[in-house]
Design a protein around this ligand. Structure first.
Ligand SMILES: Nc1ncnc2c1ncn2[C@@H]1O[C@H](COP(=O)(O)OP(=O)(O)OP(=O)(O)O)[C@@H](O)[C@H]1O
Length: 220
């Protein structure tokens, strides 16, 4: 059974007299262990789709199932982990505490010590030496790597990531993609909104968004 399944998702935003169809009858299913790259021009609806799938936005129409239920808002970090475009690190917590936050709030994967998993992730992302810094004391790329480590620490059933390599050089982007693919190998369903063509090439499937519509394959 797919970890996330949506049919006919639609979302319109109305600003004064202007209406934008951000999602137009989107059907989507992602299986456990599958990496799906979501590509498309700026403003095509990628972030809106992720926002609906994680429960930040309510669709105007359509059906949604994430994990066991229809309302993603009740899910914990081990069910649904998110890397938002704006990262969403907690400013009052050190980078180490941000990465460990899901482990303090949620249920670790069976047989895996979350502190050890966090250490491996921050080592692999070359941010171990920044563990005691607060987010504002780290570069944007370093903050983004901490946000990806936080999302992966519990090996979530579903990972939704919005441009997770946007602030990285190629080497760090590849380390992030390696970790995302490793999580998928252990069963995580992954949906990555990305402009990174290396990420597309490493995904199992590429889906394209244009004007709120979702189509199979990379953009033509
Ligand atoms: N809260 C909102 N209110 C009004 N319009 C919105 C809102 N959120 C998004 N939109 C509009 O919906 C459309 C889709 O936006 P969305 O952020 O999903 O695009 P995107 O593909 O993620 O773009 P980018 O690659 O630049 O992040 C855009 O026209 C955007 O201006």
């Amino acid at each position: 059974m797919s970890v996330v399944a949506a049919t006919g998702l639609s979302k319109r935003f109305v600003r004064g007299t202007e209406a934008v169809t951000a999602l137009d009858a989107v059907d989507l299913a992602v299986e456990g262990g599958e990496v799906v790259a979501l590509v498309g021009p700026s403003g095509s609806g990628k972030s809106t789709l992720l926002a609906v799938l994680c429960g930040w936005e309510t669709p105007d129409a359509g059906t949604l199932r994430v994990g066991p239920g229809t309302d993603p808002r009740g899910l914990g970090w081990s069910d649904l982990a998110l890397v938002p475009q704006a990262l969403g690190l907690v400013p009052e917590l050190s980078l180490a505490d941000n990465v460990l936050l899901p482990a303090r709030l949620g249920r670790p994967a069976a047989g895996e010590d979350p502190a050890e998993r966090a250490r491996r992730l921050v080592d692999g992302f070359a941010i171990a030496h920044l563990a005691d810094r607060y987010p504002h004391q780290a570069s944007l790329g370093e903050q983004q790597r901490a946000a990806v480590a936080r999302a992966l620490v519990l090996r979530p059933a579903l990972l939704l990531a919005d441009e997770p390599t946007a602030h990285q050089d190629r080497g760090h982007a590849d380390a992030l993609l390696d970790a995302v693919l490793d999580a998928a190998d252990s069963g995580t369903a992954v949906l990555l909104a990305t402009h990174d063509e290396v990420a597309w090439s490493r995904a199992d499937r590429v889906l394209s968004m244009r004007d709120g519509r979702l189509l199979p394959g990379p953009p033509s």
